[in-house]
Write a protein that binds this ligand. Structure first.
Ligand code: PLP
Length: 391
């Protein structure tokens, strides 16, 4: 077989490989504590599940319009106004099977040989993978531990040139839990006025998971960016719905016909019953969102303190999402070696920082979607392992 050359450039998401290995070890009878995969460990709220069951009973089993059912697109537009304070037309809301699809389509739309796309590093691995797949040059935006994993707008702006097509921003961020400072966002937005042809993809999938009283500042609030800004969000993290596959993009009007065609070519539409569940999620009671956020906040406090107490570890207090991203350079081991040792020797599944880009060397990602008891047990196991290593 002779496959297309660019197939060699596509990457993957190590978290799924870690999950597979952790599941394999668990099947062999090992007691595994899983901090590997980035998904809430809560159940989808009952009223959302009931809405999907009812939808199937009511005969919602056919295709829907490619960009989604209009009542859902309207519900998203209302939610965007409520949480981001900006009015968007339901026509700009494109429903897709998971947040990932918006990034996949956006990168396909802008990437080609000769083009440059900026993306956060360490960052969600699919950005770099997809950029390379399109043949575009992947230009990293460095996130600095000392800045709480924010970037310097000055550094970002210095990377722009006439080949730059797209900038990807992700705040709160995966894998770091970092939140980009408002000051840096303002400087970036101001600087981008000199580059009117550069589009922006703002991945705001963790927008509802912020701590310490921080408010989400959506890039939609910058009027000067709106006609070239794509917002990525969805239901996976906010409503514990990762397996339902539901996400949305807010697209600038000029791109709507193209994203519509990409959806028709790729997946026709998003699962109809899932869309009915998504309406229930947005319009129904919101208390579960806050209950989850508070549970993550409590775990954050516990895990960050425990990680900081481990020899060779230091961990900043992340301002968002549900990830801790400790610096482990003090252990003298590479991220990959320590990550696999923790899984194989201690039964603690984590993801090594380099799976989020070269700038993740020296870090491990802990997705603290685990009980307090498991967090404490994992820290004790790691402590024992590190003590044995240094003995
Ligand atoms: N964007 C970021 C930053 C993520 O961390 C994830 C999932 O981990 C996604 C997008 C994709 O979300 P979904 O599962 O809805 O496709």
């Amino acid at each position: 077989m002779i496959t297309a050359a660019n197939l060699q450039n596509i990457g993957s998401e190590t978290a799924f490989a870690v999950l597979a290995r952790a599941t394999e070890l668990a099947a062999q009878g090992r007691d595994i504590i899983n901090f590997g995969i980035g998904q809430p460990d809560f159940k989808t709220p009952d009223h959302i599940v009931e809405a999907a069951i009812q939808a199937l009973r009511d005969g919602h089993h056919g295709y829907t319009p490619a960009p989604g059912m209009m009542p859902l697109r309207e519900a998203v537009a209302e939610d965007v106004l409520a949480h981001r304070g900006v009015e968007v037309s339901p026509e700009q809301v494109m429903i897709v099977p998971g947040g990932k699809m918006t990034m996949f389509f956006a990168i396909l739309m802008f990437g080609e040989p000769g083009a440059e796309i900026l993306y956060p590093n360490p960052g969600f691995p699919i950005y770099e993978s997809m950029i390379r797949y399109t043949g575009a040059r992947a230009v990293p935006i460095e996130l600095h531990e000392a800045r709480g994993f924010s970037f310097s707008a000055e550094e970002v702006l210095a990377k722009l040139n006439s080949n730059t097509r797209l900038i990807i921003i992700n705040s709160p961020g995966n894998p770091t839990g970092g939140v980009i400072d408002d000051d840096e966002l303002e400087k970036l937005a101001a600087g981008l006025e000199a580059f009117p042809d550069v589009a922006i993809l703002s991945d705001e999938i963790y927008a509802r998971l912020l701590f310490d009283g921080r408010e989400h500042r959506s890039l939609l609030t910058f009027e000067s960016l709106r006609d070239r800004l794509i917002i990525l969000d969805g239901w996976s993290k906010t409503y514990a719905m990762t397996g339902w596959r539901a996400g949305y993009g807010i697209w600038p009007k000029a791109l709507v016909p193209f994203i519509d065609k990409l959806i028709v070519n790729a997946n026709s539409c998003t699962n109809a019953a899932t869309q009915m569940a998504c309406i229930a999620a947005l319009k129904g009671p919101q208390d579960s969102v806050e209950v989850m956020r508070q549970a993550f906040d409590e775990r954050r406090g516990v895990i960050v303190d425990l990680l900081n107490a481990l020899p060779g570890f230091r961990c900043i207090r992340p301002a968002g999402a549900f990830y801790a991203f400790p610096n482990i350079t003090g252990t003298g081991q590479s991220a990959k070696d320590l990550g696999s040792a923790l899984l194989e020797e201690c039964g603690v599944a984590v993801v090594h920082g380099t799976s989020f880009g070269a700038m993740g060397e020296g870090f491990l990602r802990f997705s603290y979607a685990a009980s307090l008891e498991n967090i404490r047990e994992a820290a004790a196991r790691i402590e024992t392992y590190l003590a044995e290593q240094s003995a």
